[in-house]
Design a protein around this ligand. Structure first.
Ligand SMILES: Nc1ncnc2c1ncn2[C@@H]1O[C@H](COP(=O)(O)OP(=O)(O)OP(=O)(O)O)[C@@H](O)[C@H]1O
Ligand SMILES: [Mg+2]
Length: 224
């Protein structure tokens, strides 16, 4: 039977048929400012505080202190969760200058240390930035997948898409992921920013197939 791992955003969990498939590796694709970080944060925070599932949040696009400070504005207190040993926020942001293999080792080490059941990587795009060709990127992704399958945690991997991104299939990650959630945003005819969410695939799940509108508030993401 399908076992969902709830993200903690009620309407989204309903769309997913209960949550992300347990043990799945899911790509979260979105353009700049579409709410990728807030969604992935909710997944890790809710896991630790509501569902008793420890988690690891890997910061690559911004330093850990900036991430922790920003998320506190939405009521996500990661300092507290780290002190309680429920979450590890792993800082692999630009200043840390790691090669890919060492970065993967650090992620595996952090997952084992807290006994993680959930992982968010923000972002895979930043993790593979030093890898020039598709072959080495594919190799890196395969190594990461091997680690995640062995540990068996449910993972949300953020992929950065350019503004007005529509063409799929340009990223190898999309094909090997068990699921794809796409966040989009555009200005409508009245000049108002509209945000929409789609689930493109979710192996084993009878997920919703519509385009769902969502908004971002001071509490994070709300699917309408
Ligand atoms: N309190 C709020 N009310 C309304 N909108 C907000 C609020 N807080 C943030 N936002 C919107 O959400 C965006 C930030 O969300 P988030 O950081 O999760 O996006 P992201 O996709 O991770 O962005 P990036 O591409 O920069 O990493 C802001 O750019 C802003 O448009
Ligand atoms: Mg972000």
């Amino acid at each position: 039977m399908y076992e969902g791992v709830p993200i903690g955003i009620a309407k989204l969990d309903q769309i997913l048929g209960g949550g992300l498939p347990r043990g799945a590796i899911v790509a979260l694709i979105g353009c700049p400012g579409s709410g990728k970080t807030l969604l992935a944060t909710k997944f890790i925070y809710e896991g630790a505080t509501v569902y008793g599932e420890a988690g690891v949040y890997v910061c690559l696009t911004e330093p850990k202190d900036v991430f922790v400070r920003t998320m506190k504005l939405y009521g996500f207190d990661f300092e507290d969760l780290e002190n309680r040993g429920l979450v590890k926020v792993l800082d692999l942001s630009i200043g840390t200058e790691l090669d890919c293999q060492s970065a993967l080792n650090k992620i595996a080490e952090a997952l084992n240390r807290v006994g993680a059941k959930r992982l968010a990587v923000d972002s895979i795009t930043a993790l593979s930035v030093g890898l020039e060709d598709a072959v080495s990127r594919r190799h890196m992704i395969r190594l990461l997948y091997r680690i995640l399958r062995r540990i068996g945690c449910t993972s949300l991997l953020i992929l950065e898409a350019p503004l007005n991104y529509s063409s799929f299939g340009s990223m190898v990650e999309e094909f090997i992921a068990d699921g794809i959630i796409h966040l989009n945003q555009y200005y409508n005819g009245d000049g108002v920013l509209v945000r929409t969410l789609r689930v493109f695939k979710m192996r084993g799940a009878a997920h919703g197939v519509r385009t769902y509108e969502y908004r971002i508030t001071d509490k994070g993401i709300e699917v309408l």
